[in-house]
Design a protein around this ligand. Structure first.
Ligand SMILES: C[S@@+](CC[C@H](N)C(=O)[O-])C[C@H]1O[C@@H](n2cnc3c(N)ncnc32)[C@H](O)[C@@H]1O
Length: 271
């Protein structure tokens, strides 16, 4: 635990049950679970077992979510024998919890693997859910896109466009965290499925407020935690693998050191 960053090295369902027991109210959960596609951090399950397991932990998340809270779920693709090679997991899981689905956001990530007999995959989905259909935090002004083509266009003397920028829409462009010599991202950690900070930063800003409690039950490299603490929220992360916990705790320390360094540079510049 360090400056609003709490990381548990265990199964997320153990922590979810404890949070429920002590009555913790989580304002926002953002996460990406294992996709059941044979990664080395997964336990293989049949499709039925996988859906049952996801439904169970998602409903436990629902149970600890505050009344105005939100749940952002990142999902890729899996193959279903005899049915489909790359079935969007969102098609399978979208209604398997008590949350209310507000919308699907397409995360377009640019580069990736190539293909010859189908189109090269370049997107994943984010399902945006809330506990209540109408009462939820949505700080649109904090995430507006300032990249407006005609910012000064007016109608009846009034600016046509919000001066803070436009609504970023439901298609988001954030490059994946890449690996490999010459093309490795600066933020790269050893985790193979790391969220880029840009995408989680947008979700933290739009769906939570200062000092809110955020949860990532499949914390991995801890990107959600950096976005949470960087925006003044409290982070609870859970990660089963000890090596990922260690790497993300070290990454968090580096983040705090860089932030302190920046703050002292800024302080010096006004002296
Ligand atoms: C898709 S990755 C998440 C990556 C993360 N979004 C990031 O930015 O690094 C899923 C993670 O869940 C972890 N995991 C798998 N089963 C778990 C469980 N039952 N409880 C907690 N963590 C688990 C895996 O070790 C893996 O790091």
């Amino acid at each position: 635990m360090r400056e609003g960053f709490i990381l548990y090295n265990t199964d997320c369902r153990v922590v979810l049950r404890e949070l429920a027991k002590v009555g913790t109210a989580v304002n926002l959960t953002l996460t990406s679970p294992p996709y059941n596609i044979g990664k080395d951090y997964e336990e293989p399950k049949s499709l039925g077992e996988y859906v049952g397991w996801c439904s169970a932990w998602m409903n436990e998340v629902w149970g600890v979510t505050a009344p105005g809270g939100a749940f952002w779920l990142n999902l890729g693709y899996l193959s279903v024998e005899g049915k489909g090679r790359a079935v969007p997991i969102a098609y399978i899981l979208w209604d398997k919890s008590l949350f209310y689905l507000q919308q699907e956001v397409v995360w377009s990530y640019g580069a990736g693997v190539t293909a010859k007999r189908f189109f090269a995959p370049r997107n994943e989905k984010w399902l945006f859910y809330t506990k209540d259909a109408n009462d939820y935090t949505f700080n649109l002004d904090d995430v507006r896109d300032p990249n407006v083509k005609y910012p000064n266009q007016k109608k009846n003397g009034k600016f046509r466009c919000n001066p803070l920028g436009k609504n970023p829409s439901d298609v988001w462009d954030f490059p994946k965290v890449t690996t490999g010599s010459n093309r490795s991202s600066r933020e790269r950690t050893p985790h193979p499925a790391q969220f880029p900070l840009g995408v989680v930063d947008r979700i933290v800003k739009v769906s939570s407020d200062y000092s809110d409690v955020l949860l990532d039950p499949f914390s991995g490299s801890g990107s959600s935690g950096i976005a949470a603490v960087g925006n003044g929220r409290v982070y609870i992360g859970v990660e089963l693998r000890e090596d990922y916990c260690r790497a993300s705790a070290e990454r968090h320390e580096r983040f705090l050191a860089a932030r302190d360094d920046e703050a002292s540079q800024a302080a010096l510049s006004v002296l």
